[in-house]
Design a protein around this ligand. Structure first.
Ligand SMILES: Cc1cc2nc3c(=O)[nH]c(=O)nc-3n(C[C@H](O)[C@H](O)[C@H](O)COP(=O)(O)OP(=O)(O)OC[C@H]3O[C@@H](n4cnc5c(N)ncnc54)[C@H](O)[C@@H]3O)c2cc1C
Length: 592
């Protein structure tokens, strides 16, 4: 690591990482563990006993719990100390999001408040704005919301029609328009509102207080899940906003909106860690109580398979989230050392890792959907009853694939940004691809190294497959490639799985040094299971891509390359999964 140039965002596709370049959750220090415990205590005392009352929208309950979180210091975790926050680093703030992610609708309200509701001011606000709002947001005196989406402007966020016009006296903007799906909108005191000034093509961002004249709030939306979170439409009718409440410069809004979403995506990856562990605990505990055919259902292979797969995917997501967190943290430090201002350093670091943020948003949200879905299945009919908590988890999970950019948009961001960075030469993606001659590949890889070398060889092959296919698609479609969304989706999935598999490999390799070979066996089972699944999914994505665009007379050679690049050393996956399930069943809790 020493003297080595730091890895760039997306560069993992052509560059290996070493174990000392990644942070793993086993490395949390004492202070971070204490913060984690405070979050857990808060959830147990203030949130979990109130889930039904929250979902019934008991008036004032959610804001009062958020304000209590402020008293515990949980709202100001990443707000700098000079603005009365705790100035915790990025990884610690992700750990907080991870634990509080177990709080169902509360976790959405918390994330919206401390993330998209606070960060536009923290990263882009001027000194006066930060002094005025951040201490109150840190204490919970003010709660925050983020107003980007409109009825006609969802994924295409820059197409919003909300308008801001400077008044003749030059002291206020008059805002007119409508926002929808605004989390915390029912009670937030401070709203970041995106609107276009005059006929501008780009958005601008404004700090709007709830009490400003000309705002009305619709009643709460009726939702499938996260029912306890507030989601409303907001109308701006000649709303008067002081000129000093413009964030950044006129026209900066879209850039602000997108950069804040980059952070929201990693944070969502962290949120689903906590949620997945709770769902796994519910699943294993039920399976350890429920008897059928005179046996506990946890003794059945089919249930063990489900429990093991839940653990493997949750472990993989957690691993990748903390790898990205540390990359972002390191990049923040680099930018600070180069003299950049704190807010800007954070924004630049998050922008640099936009590919990783997008792919972990997709992986994490789909992981949680898998975990809660299998959780319901393990509960059988009881899983369909609103008396069991897994039912709430199932409904609450679904939103994660929709907000913070839908998974379709994030798959496109992953593939498109990677290819564009490669084309611009940010890293040598196409140059590396052109060094590969797939006609010279042997029948199958030899796998004659040690355990970790063989795994690493497979991961390199996953990446090589992406390089070869992306190069072929680039040659075939040129500038039209972004129109080939199906193919881009295939590339996004290969990229995502290569990244997450590499993350698991690095964590398990690091754990072998930290824990020794014997204690690491179970983690190798996790790695074996994950790489096996990844290889199969990558094979399917690769095959779809080949049939989608490779000329018929060329397909055979690409399919040979596909088989070669997705081969993994055979392992007894069933036994490995049983080991994982048996540990979970014995602990009766996720303890990996
Ligand atoms: C509970 C909840 C809370 C929310 N909280 C907030 C909030 O606090 N603040 C805020 O501003 N917004 C919020 N949102 C809005 C959310 O971010 C949007 O719903 C989301 O961005 C999708 O926009 P849309 O609903 O208009 O769907 P659309 O953009 O209409 O998408 C419909 C479908 O088309 C797909 N699609 C769209 N464009 C493309 C494309 N170019 N290529 C391929 N597929 C495409 C989408 O992936 C999706 O499958 C929230 C939404 C919900 C449901």
């Amino acid at each position: 690591m020493k003297n080595k140039e730091a890895i760039k965002g997306g560069e993992f596709i052509v560059r290996d990482s070493e174990i000392d370049e990644i942070f793993i959750p086993e490395e949390f220090n004492e202070e971070q563990r204490l913060i984690g415990q405070t979050c857990q205590d808060f959830l147990d005392a203030e949130v979990m006993p109130n889930l039904d009352r929250l979902d019934a929208h008991e008036p004032g309950l959610m804001p009062s719990i958020l304000k209590k979180a402020g008293e515990y210091g949980l709202l100001g975790m990443s707000i700098p100390e000079e603005y009365e926050g705790f100035g915790q680093d990025f990884t610690t703030s992700m750990y907080v999001a991870d634990i509080l992610g177990g709080g169902y609708a509360f976790s959405v309200a918390y994330s919206a408040d401390t993330g998209i509701g606070t960060l536009p001011i923290m990263y882009y606000g001027n000194e006066e704005q930060k002094q005025k709002y951040l201490p109150k947001l840190a204490s919970g005196e003010f709660l925050g919301a983020y107003c980007l989406t409109e009825p006609g402007a969802g994924s295409d966020a820059n197409s919003g029609k909300t308008k801001a016009v400077l008044n003749a006296d030059g002291k206020h903007y008059t805002i007119n328009g409508q926002k929808m799906w605004i989390t915390n909108g029912g009670f937030a005191d401070v709203l970041t509102v995106f609107a276009k000034v005059d006929e501008d093509r780009a958005l601008s961002a404004f700090i709007v207080e709830r009490t400003f004249p000309g705002i009305t709030f619709n009643p709460e939306e009726h939702k499938m899940g996260i029912k306890g979170s507030s989601t409303v439409q907001i109308f701006f009718n000649d709303c008067q906003v002081p000129v000093e409440n413009l964030i950044g410069k006129r026209g900066d809004g879209f850039r602000i909106a997108l950069n804040i979403l980059n952070l929201g995506r990693v944070k969502l990856g962290a949120n689903v860690i906590g949620a997945s562990k709770i769902a796994i605990n519910q699943s294993v505990q039920y399976s350890n109580e429920r008897k059928q055919f005179k046996s506990l259902i946890s003794t059945f292979g089919a249930i063990k398979y489900k429990l093991a797969q839940q653990v493997v995917k949750a472990f993989a997501n957690e691993t990748a989230v903390y790898r990205i967190s540390q990359n972002i943290e390191d990049a923040v430090q680099r930018y600070l050392n180069s003299g950049m201002e704190k807010g800007q350093a954070n924004v630049e670091a998050q922008r640099e890792f936009a590919i990783e943020a997008a792919l972990i948003k997709v992986f994490g949200s789909e992981m949680l959907d898998f975990v809660v879905d299998e959780g319901v299945q393990i509960h059988g009919g009881m899983g369909y009853s609103s008396e069991t908590p897994i039912e709430r988890g199932y409904r609450d999970s679904r939103i994660n694939r929709i907000f913070e950019g839908t998974n379709e948009i994030n798959r496109m961001v992953t593939a498109d940004t990677l290819i564009k960075k490669g084309q611009k030469g940010v890293f040598q993606m196409f140059e590396e691809a052109q060094k590969i001659d797939i006609t010279k590949l042997p029948a199958s890889p030899s796998f004659n190294g040690n355990y970790f070398e063989n795994i690493n060889a497979s991961i390199k092959n996953f990446k090589n497959l992406l390089l070869v296919l992306a190069d072929a698609a680039d040659k075939k479609f040129g500038r039209q490639l972004p129109q080939e969304q199906e193919v881009l989706f295939n590339f996004a999935d290969i990229t995502m799985l290569a990244y997450v598999t590499e993350s698991v490999y690095l964590r398990v390799k690091k754990l072998e040094i930290m824990k020794g070979e014997e204690s690491n066996k179970i983690y190798k089972d996790i790695l074996n299971s994950f790489i096996f699944d990844s290889a199969n999914k990558i094979y399917n994505s690769g095959l779809e891509a080949i049939y989608s665009f490779v000329d018929e007379n060329e397909q055979e050679k690409y399919i040979h390359a596909l088989r070669y690049y997705t081969a993994v050393k055979p392992q007894n996956i069933k036994c490995g999964r049983r080991n994982i399930a048996d540990k979970l069943i014995e602990d009766n809790k996720y303890k990996f």
